[in-house]
Design a protein. Structure first.
Lengths: 179, 196
């Protein structure tokens, strides 16, 4: 029988450091996926995920079992991604190679054959909070309550962000492409 | 009410859930750092425990030293206090009558006693000896915890004022009820001098 996240957390807190590897293995892929979509590059995502797990380990005693471990972990990850994005805005400009200029998007959209690349670029163009919300909803598969805990925003605000993000993604990528 | 899942095209939802390829050793890399952190925390914990143990030992030593100092101070204070002449107990006990055939007078035999420490000479002075500071010395009697001085004096019944003089400098009131029990004690006004 597979041990629950909470049971593993208790083991780690009791001194069994190696049990933390189970948590890392279990949630690593989801964290990397979310961070990659938010940050745009795998390298930044891996750094953010590594820092997230280290913070989680360091503050594991603060985890309360009444919430899902995933929600608690994603809250750390979201904060880490926000820190990375803020660092970029302060001067370490990050340019996604191949991202088209917004003005030329509609004209060049046909050139972008790969859907994933188009999606990545479209996500990059969203407002950071909308991007974060839509990714937590559809990539991390969190409930709105878990999203609220992870982001600090209200449920209704998050619903609005997701709704607007979806509308913009549809507009940017075009209804015809997903047929 | 439209399903929220329909707001985002299915291919986008699928794309967002697709796994992202990462370095194969990324998980091991994370765990290596976690192990380092755990080891560092353990080292800090051990160092802290050693420090607490050391501080406890120092604290105990300080408490013991403080207790020793307190005991020494207490002893020194006790010694200093014991070095001072202190009247602990003064008494005058009526022993009985004595008739002097030559003087055709009756005397009260009264035993005066004073318990004190550190005194080298005690005398009894009063109306009966014209307040002489040398005529009626008390004898020293060894006592377990104090030095006791005593003298038996024959008093006329009107000799009702007296006092002890310790080491020639310190007057100590003698009990006024020392005289014959049938005679009332002297009033405060008549005995004011005995405590001079």
């Amino acid at each position: 029988m597979t041990a629950s996240d909470s049971a593993i957390v208790r083991r780690v807190l009791d001194g069994d450091t190696e049990s933390f590897a189970v948590l890392v293995a279990r949630h690593h892929a989801a964290c990397v996926r979310l961070a990659t979509h938010v940050l745009g590059t795998r390298e930044d995502a891996e750094d953010a995920v590594q820092e997230t797990f280290l913070r989680a380990y360091r503050h594991l005693v603060r985890y309360q079992e009444r919430e899902r471990f995933t929600g608690w972990l994603f809250r750390i990850l979201v904060n880490q991604c926000r820190t990375t994005l803020a660092r970029r805005r302060r001067g370490e400009t990050h340019i996604i190679e191949g991202a088209p200029e917004l003005a030329s998007w509609d004209e060049d959209v046909a050139v972008w054959a790969e859907r994933d690349e188009m999606l990545r670029t479209a996500l990059e163009r969203l407002h950071p909070l909308q991007r974060e919300a839509v990714l937590l909803r559809f990539s991390a598969d969190l409930s709105y309550e878990e999203m609220a805990a992870a982001t600090g925003a209200g449920v209704s605000a998050l619903k609005m962000r997701v709704k607007r993000a979806c509308a913009q993604l549809r507009a940017m990528l075009g209804e015809s492409i997903h047929a | 009410m439209p399903n929220e899942r329909d707001e985002l095209p299915r291919w986008m939802q699928s794309a967002l859930r697709e796994p992202i390829a990462t370095r194969g050793d990324h998980v091991q890399e994370i765990m290596a750092v976690v192990r380092d952190m755990a080891e560092a925390e353990a080292r800090v914990r051990r160092a802290w425990q050693r420090r607490v143990t050391r501080l406890r030992a120092i604290g105990l030593a300080l408490v013991a030293s403080a207790a020793g100092v307190a005991i020494l101070l207490g002893s020194a204070r006790a010694m200093w206090q014991s070095s001072l002449p202190q009247p602990l107990e003064a008494s005058a006990t009526f022993i009985g009558d004595s008739i002097d055939p030559a003087l055709h007078d009756t005397f009260d035999l009264v035993r005066f006693a004073l318990r004190t420490r550190g005194a080298s000479r005690v005398v009894l002075a009063g109306d009966f000896n014209a307040w002489s500071t040398s005529a009626t010395p008390l004898s020293r009697i060894a006592a377990p915890n104090a030095e006791r001085w005593a003298a038996v004096v024959a008093l006329r019944r009107h000799d009702r004022r007296f006092a002890f003089l310790v080491d020639g400098t310190r007057w100590v009131r003698a009990p006024r009820a020392a005289v014959h029990p049938e005679i009332p004690p002297a009033s405060d006004a008549s005995s004011s001098r005995d405590s001079t």
